[in-house]
Design a protein around this ligand. Structure first.
Ligand SMILES: Cc1ncc(C[n+]2csc(CCOP(=O)(O)OP(=O)(O)O)c2C)c(N)n1
Length: 329
């Protein structure tokens, strides 16, 4: 195996953080302590872990909206949790929440909430990185549904024409909110569209194999560093509904059962490898799990005690404009 033990354990920890964080959101919501709309990435942890662990210090990532994995690896868990709960000590004073939370200093670009525009914002940032010669690469993620929106295609074209340092990742979990991919895409392998832009496109299937995804991401990042953009499609499986509380009445039960057994659990799959290769013992794995859950519980407990964001915070134009005086004049 070409990854060191430390790198493998890092990927494992990122996946666990994402999984336990999402399960904690469920637990706290069920207790009635948490309200809001949360998009859970349970079952899809390999994508975020592979990308976040592959990024270099100057690289930037635009995560998908159910990618707590990557976000929690790069950003501060306490500040992020406060942001989700609408607390003033959050990253954007509690105004940004899940879809708008970001930290460029820590390598996380805002998730693009209006699906379809994401790749164009990311490509614009990649153009800036190229012009400023930062040496960094942008890795931008959208879902299979978001990928169907027109704006992304202009960005793919521009990225190739301008030879931008960017990797486009499509996380294909076969469903866009409630619409199965067969009904919203003209092709089965979304990466095949790369040909239309003169780029390479690869499909990783099953995308629940974190090492497979990581290898593809490493190769694409290297290309991007040499100003060759490309597309990676990761086929994976969404275990939960679109958001927490969605009871998934719209799914085809038989297809779901087949997919669930084919894709399996990315964490269990990777654990097997780690144990077999003697990277970790079961005891060490359970210590890591306890440590991560304790860190998450602490972040939630901390956020509960913080001050709620007020309407004055929401209406503070300094959060939107660099020079609010000019806007008001
Ligand atoms: C322009 C626009 N239309 C609708 C929505 C509402 N919306 C949020 S997530 C989502 C589904 C996205 O599906 P996909 O891109 O496959 O990602 P997934 O949720 O499966 O991770 C929709 C329709 C939106 N955010 N923006």
């Amino acid at each position: 195996l070409e990854y060191s033990n430390i790198e493998m354990i890092t990927m494992y920890e990122i996946m666990l953080k994402g999984r336990y964080y999402d399960q904690t959101i469920v637990r706290e919501s069920n207790k009635g302590k948490l309200t809001g709309m949360f998009h859970l990435g349970i079952g899809q942890e390999a994508t975020g872990a592979a990308i976040a662990s592959a990024l270099g210090p100057n690289d930037i990532m635009m995560p998908g909206h159910r990618m707590h994995t990557a976000i929690l690896h790069k950003m501060d868990m306490k500040k992020y949790t406060s942001e989700l709960m609408g607390k003033v000590d959050g990253y954007s004073r509690g105004v940004g929440a899940e879809f708008h939370c970001f930290s460029l200093e820590e390598g996380i670009f805002p998730i693009y909430s209006l699906l379809g525009g994401g790749f164009s914002h990311a490509a614009g940032y990649a153009l800036a990185m190229k012009r400023k010669k930062t040496g960094g690469v942008m890795v931008a993620v959208v879902g299979d549904g978001g990928f169907q929106a027109g704006g992304n295609y202009e960005a793919l074209n521009m990225a190739k024409i301008y030879n931008l340092p960017i990797v486009f990742v499509i996380e294909n979990n076969f469903i866009a909110m409630t619409t199965p991919v067969e009904l919203h895409s003209s092709v089965q392998n979304l990466s095949s569209r790369a040909a239309a832009f003169g780029m390479t496109g690869v499909t990783i299937d099953p995308g629940t194999d974190v090492l497979k995804v990581r290898e593809a991401v490493d190769a694409a990042i290297e290309k991007a560093r040499n100003f060759e953009p490309s597309i990676i499609e990761v086929k994976t499986y969404r275990v939960e509904g679109h958001y927490f509380g969605d009871v998934r009445e719209y799914v085809d039960q038989q297809k779901e059962a087949e997919r669930s057994s084919f894709y399996g659990d990315p964490i269990e799959r990777f654990e097997k490898v780690l144990f077999e290769q003697n990277v970790l013992t079961e005891r060490q794995a359970s210590e890591i799990k306890d440590r991560i859950q304790a860190q998450i519980d602490e972040a939630f407990e901390n956020a509960y005690t913080q001050k709620n964001t007020t309407m004055d915070d929401v209406l503070d134009l300094r959060l939107t404009y660099a020079n609010p005086e000019e806007v008001l004049a």
